[in-house]
Design a protein around this ligand. Structure first.
Ligand code: UD1
Ligand code: CA
Length: 451
């Protein structure tokens, strides 16, 4: 049995997200801002789920319904609690008192604006409680400790208290071991400790961090676990949002390469939290994976392509400069070339859409060739309509297929046609005016102009 299979103590995840995020200068609450295509709050909830949280409580501010929606979508069993006045981190945690009272085992406090905490770190913190501590604090060595609570220890390294920046003296300010904000508690003692927290401090707030000194006074054991600074980077403004994005992108690229994907210039590829690339996929520079993309083995995504909610089957070639919009399903070995857009359409195995094409609300049958510049006219200004193109068909360049319309298997459409009626299997359909020839006209015309 590995440690991961060991039955663990049940635990409740409390995520604080009532902060206004004033420095974001945004209409959105801070924790709703996305990294790698998903709200920060949903990242923290996903990490909690991965670390096997049994229940989740999210503390939001008044008029933050969007955070409730995110919570429900990420986990329908999670509960939202509203902290109406913003009186500090301990006050925020107590907004979820009902959840705390109902909890057994451990309780972990996380922040909705600190989305990079790793599953293993959470597991480690919880294990410290299993080892007998009443409180476990996640600390880190800060490059610049300004603004953070300092972890004050005795000569044996035992944690005595956490001192907030505004309440610290010069000697305390020199401490670089800081509080990440992540803290774990044994459920049975947590409320008793929290209810003793006052607000007699520089900010007049109820500090969750005071719990350390209170637990010590009661003779309870308090421990510190540490992690990298990167992991506990919080987002307060747009620059930090970009910093956190850069770190998560790095992690996602490393995971993709570890899994067998070639990234020719990893630092130029943008992933989403849920991008799934099979081994032997090759991704060229400057590709963006918006949420919901799966790419199967041996497919190649050429440079400057943008993919969203799409499925690329084995061996398919996408791009350069292709755009796969939601609902694009590109079959095995199919080719989607430069400046081609596919939306809500199935392109079956071996079909080719090589140049300057739009295919939306459609099916392109196996091995069909779509000529350069062909478009499907799927929208009549009111409604979308379907275009069904059979297998082994050939659509001549610069054709317009006006939906709803059906092109049978093996049919040929002459180039430049505007097709408004169904074409039967193996038929040739051509719709263009006849070509006129006037012998000698060009020479006469030049002469008239003196050339
Ligand atoms: C807090 C810690 C500090 C730690 C730092 C790490 C306290 C007293 N201080 O300070 O030791 O080094 O985080 O970033 O805990 N929140 C609410 N309601 C509130 C207050 C805060 O939901 O009434 C939420 C915020 O949305 C945020 C988190 O709690 O996600 C932290 O709050 P913030 O005000 O940023 O705390 P800091 O002063 O940074
Ligand atoms: Ca903060």
């Amino acid at each position: 049995m590995t440690s991961q299979d060991t039955p663990t103590t049940p635990w409740l995840s409390i995520i604080l997200a009532a902060g206004l995020g004033t420095r974001m200068k945004s209409a959105l609450p801070k924790a709703a801002h996305a990294i790698a295509g998903r709200p920060m709050l949903a990242h923290v909830m996903a990490t909690s789920a991965e670390a096997k949280a049994d229940s989740m409580a999210v503390v939001i501010g008044a008029e933050m319904n969007v955070l409730c929606d995110i919570t429900q979508e990420a986990n329908p069993n999670a509960k939202c609690f509203v902290q109406n006045e913003r009186l500090g981190t301990a006050h925020a945690v107590l907004a979820a008192k009902d959840a705390i009272q109902g909890a057994e085992g451990h309780i972990l406090v996380l922040y909705g604006d600190t989305p990079l905490v790793r599953t293993e770190t959470i597991t480690r913190l919880l294990a410290a409680l299993d080892g007998g501590a009443a409180v476990a604090v996640l600390g880190f060595e800060a490059t610049d400790p300004t603004g953070y609570g300092r972890l004050l220890r005795d000569e044996n390294g035992a944690l005595l208290a956490i001192r907030e920046e505004n309440d610290a003296n010069e000697q305390e300010k020199a401490v670089r071991l800081c509080n990440s904000g992540v803290m774990a508690f044994r459920a049975e003692t947590m409320l008793k400790l929290l209810e003793r927290i006052g607000n007699d401090n520089a900010k007049g707030e109820y500090y969750l961090t005071d719990v350390v000194a209170i637990a010590r006074e009661q003779g309870l054991r308090v421990v510190v676990e540490t992690c990298d600074e990167d992991e506990v980077l919080g987002v307060n403004d747009r620059s930090q949002l970009a910093e956190v994005e850069a770190i998560i992108q790095k992690r996602l690229r490393a995971a993709a390469m570890k899994n067998g994907t070639t990234l020719i210039a990893p630092e130029t590829v943008t992933f989403s939290y849920d991008t799934r690339l099979a081994p032997d996929v090759i991704v060229e520079p400057n590709v963006v994976f918006a949420p919901g993309v799966t790419v199967e083995a041996g497919a190649r995504i050429h440079a400057f392509s943008y993919l969203e909610k799409s499925h690329v089957h084995a061996g398919a070639l996408i791009g350069p400069f292709a755009r796969l919009r939601p609902g694009a399903d590109i079959g095995e070995g199919a080719k989607v070339g430069n400046f081609v857009e596919v939306k809500k359409a199935t392109v079956e195995a071996g079909a080719k859409l090589n140049h300057f094409t739009y295919i939306g609300d459609a099916r392109v049958g196996a091995k069909t060739n779509i000529g350069a510049g062909t478009i499907v006219c799927n929208y009549d200004g009111f409604k979308k309509h379907f275009t069904d193109i059979g297998a082994g068909a050939f659509i001549g360049s610069n054709s317009a297929l006006v939906a709803p319309v059906k092109i049978g298997d093996g049919a040929v459409v002459g180039s430049g046609s505007v097709i408004t009626r169904n074409v039967a299997p193996d038929e040739l359909a051509i719709e263009r005016s006849e070509q006129l020839h006037v012998p000698g006209w060009a020479a006469r015309n030049r002469k008239k102009h003196g050339k």
